[in-house]
Write a protein that binds this ligand. Structure first.
Ligand code: PMV
Length: 374
């Protein structure tokens, strides 16, 4: 089991790698002028799930996700030199000031300033908006923290003169992870893997890496998000991750997820739809089984979630179309299918599933090309 069993030597090595990544930024200072950067960053949907963490937001197992296109956060970060030399943060969401968001954002900046000292003495104004309705029940922390991390990295690159693209995205992924684990995966196009696997070169617990080979069948894969319940999550993902400590199935889960990540990366390269369907559904149900078997136990699926799952499986058997479902930490269902069956699946969804989504809330998303600077 991998719950903070790193030796001191390993921890030191990790620290050296991070220090090297941010070497030039440590010497950077904010000038007298205000500066701003705007990034649009997408949400992602995990195929192999991250559930359980150790130390400072490091994953107990590798996870793998598709990057989405239509579900994104757009964030402008402005740094204003502070006359009193102290940091202050103001956060605006869709034009309205939201002091309630400050503690989480402030916590991220407190971690980021250790690598980017110029963040310590700036007035920071953040303006953010989501492409999806706030009450859609879609987790926005991945898109929100990746958009913020990209903006901060962009400002850092301007101050330091650093030009390396790979270094830029690795830093952004690292900083995004400190805000919200799954955000680490949102900075790359199409598909990303986060978490160390001995069998996957370049993989790391500290940041995500882009998945190099994705078969064409997956490159325009569809994700229709069926919103069965738009209410706030009954339990935060932080609390959920916490319940993996001492969980009776933790050790076996972390081993299985590590194996699943490797198998999934091979499936994605091969374009093996049958294997994809089987593993994606197994992962979703395993995640929810962990929730139900934790102490205290909790259940995020609703009756409509279960009904949709049955309908998807039935439709797959009847039609032979390789569509499948996945779930994140909530009751909404992500329906995944190839582009070439889009019309057939769309007709079926409208006929069979809209009634199970209150207010007919369905977000039609697709694999995306990653974040964009605006
Ligand atoms: O990034 P967090 O702490 O919100 O956790 C995300 C957890 C899942 O969405 C359930 C799985 C994942 O890998 O995205």
């Amino acid at each position: 089991m991998k719950i903070c069993y790193l030796s001191e030597k390993e921890m030191d090595m990790k620290k050296n790698v991070k220090d090297a990544l941010f070497l030039m930024d440590r010497k950077s200072h904010l000038g007298n002028e205000a500066m701003a950067s705007t990034w649009r960053s997408p949400s992602n949907i995990a195929l192999v799930k991250y559930w359980g963490k150790y130390a400072v937001q490091l994953p107990a197992n590798p996870s793998l996700s598709f990057t989405l296109k239509e579900s994104y956060t757009e964030t402008r970060i402005e740094l204003i030199p502070a006359a009193d030399g102290k940091r202050s943060i103001r956060f605006f969401f869709e034009g309205k000031e939201k002091p309630a968001f400050i503690p989480k954002v402030e916590a991220a900046f407190r971690q980021w300033e250790a690598f980017l000292p110029f963040l310590k003495n700036a007035g920071i104004r953040i303006d953010s908006r989501n492409s999806f309705p706030h009450s859609a029940g879609i987790a926005s922390s991945a898109s929100a923290f990746s958009a913020m991390a990209l903006g901060v990295c962009d400002l850092a690159a301007r101050l330091s003169g650093e030009r390396d693209r790979d270094v830029f995205f690795r830093k952004a992924s690292f900083l995004a992870r400190l805000g919200s684990g799954s955000a680490a995966r949102s900075v790359y196009p199409e598909a990303a893997l986060w978490g160390y696997s001995a069998s996957i070169p370049g993989s790391s617990d500290e940041w995500a890496i882009p998945l190099e080979s994705l078969h064409p069948v997956f490159q325009d894969f569809q994700d229709s998000i069926l919103i069965t319940d738009a209410a706030e999550k009954a339990i935060s993902s932080t609390a959920g991750h916490g319940l993996m400590e001492g969980h009776p199935y933790a050790a076996i889960r972390f081993q299985r997820a590590a194996r699943h990540s490797l198998i999934m990366s091979e499936i994605l390269a091969r374009g093996d739809l049958a294997a994809f369907v089987e593993l994606v559904e197994a992962e979703a149900l395993e995640l929810h089984a962990l929730m139900m078997s934790s102490h205290p136990s909790f259940m995020l699926m609703r009756g409509s979630t279960v009904e949709i799952i049955h309908k998807i499986r039935h439709f797959r058997e009847q039609s032979g179309i390789p569509l499948c479902f996945t779930l994140d930490a909530g009751p909404n269902v992500h329906l995944l299918y190839p582009h070439d069956v889009k019309e057939k699946v769309g007709d079926w969804v409208r006929e069979e599933l809209t009634d199970l989504c209150p207010q007919d809330k369905i977000i039609y998303d697709v694999l995306g090309q990653g974040p964009e600077k605006r």
